[in-house]
Write a new protein. Structure first.
Length: 99
C-alpha cells in the first residue's frame, strides 16, 4: 500500500523561483539592480506592457527594495501603482498587494 501512495506523489516540489518563472540572480544591492530584477520579472508576465518601469519609485525597506510601478490601465484610480518586493540578498521578486 505504501508503494502505491509513493508512486502517486511527485518527488519534486516546484520552488518559488520556478513558479514565478524567473531565474535566480546574484542579488539586488542597488536600486538599479532592483529595477533590473523587476524588469526581468515583468518580462515573464502577460500584462508586462501595462507597466511604466521608467517611472518606478524604489524605496529601501531593510532587507528588500520596494518597487512601485505605475500601470497605464490604473491611471484614474488610487493606488495607481503596482508594488513589488525585491530581496536584496537573492534578487527574488515578489508581487505585493496594494491597498
Amino acid at each position: 500500500m505504501g508503494t502505491m501512495l509513493a508512486a502517486c506523489q511527485s518527488a519534486t516540489i516546484p520552488s518559488e523561483q520556478t513558479t514565478r518563472g524567473q531565474a535566480p540572480t546574484p542579488g539586488a544591492l542597488t536600486t538599479e539592480d532592483a529595477r533590473a530584477a523587476v524588469r526581468r520579472y515583468l518580462g515573464t508576465q502577460p500584462d508586462s506592457a501595462l507597466y511604466v518601469l521608467p517611472s518606478a519609485s524604489i524605496l529601501d525597506a531593510d532587507g528588500s527594495w520596494q518597487v512601485l510601478v505605475p500601470r497605464t490601465d490604473w491611471t484614474n484610480r488610487m493606488p495607481n501603482k503596482a508594488a513589488f518586493d525585491v530581496d536584496k540578498a537573492t534578487g527574488t521578486v515578489t508581487r505585493r498587494a496594494v491597498k
